[in-house]
Design a protein around this ligand. Sequence first.
Ligand code: A3P
Length: 271
Amino acid sequence: SSRKYQILKQQGLIPSKQLPSALIIGVKKGGTRALLEFLRLHPAIRAAGSEVHFFDHHYMKGFHWYRHRMPPTLSSQITMEKTPSYFVTSEVPRRVQRMNPAMKLILVVRDPVTRAISDYTQVKSKRANMPKFEDLAFLNGSKIVDTSWVPLRIGVYARHLERWLQYFSLSQFVFVSGERLIVDPVAEITRVQDFLGLKRVICEKHFYFNATKGFPCLLKSEERPTPHCLGKNKGRSHPYIDPVAIQRLRDFYRPFNQRFYQLTGMDFGWL
Ligand code: A3P
């Protein structure tokens, strides 16, 4: 009867849509898709497939709209979503805190210089006549880093994290190394499973290294029973960039990286 159904539903025994209790907040080009696809191997994780952009673009639509973007879950399951722009959008931390001050926050970071090149490569792949990276990264022909260029601004992780830390404690974050996610996905996924309070279900047996792709790929997933890698738009080859330009960007990021290591208590090993 419908009364029995209501009771089962209240007990979380019939799947129903819930607001997320964990978010992958970024960083763009850090490996956010890989991380989400890996986490989805866990039976206790249910995630929205595409980026929802609730806390930045669709906030005015309200929590009801947001909840309906989520997959149905049992009470034993965790709802999550990933939208990488959350990390760098100034209003987002306050909005997330208002919805759920206990939110679990997952951040994948990658060397900000490679991240900027990856970001640039993505834009270039969609646009003809893209100026050279070196011409966008420095103020007209000078050696001065153009910090207003978004691909560079995103990489100042310490600044963005400091903003989040005004609303959330460090213990609500798990920081994933984008570099390690490629060379040792299980190590990173294990830390995330522990952080979420889940059994260590995702392990070595789920992955194989695909030498052609140059990345770890999955043997099977929620969607597919056969081996597969992420799409062609993940793991693109990057254009050649003048090493002098790269060195200048490394020098620019060094103090911010140091600050980020200090804040997180982790050394990501970027040069
Ligand atoms: P590149 O395309 O520059 O190599 P995001 O999903 O956040 O946009 O991140 C994209 C990046 O994820 C890719 O950047 C790639 O380096 C990285 N990545 C990490 N693990 C991967 C995997 N297993 N397969 C493909 N790309 C992966």
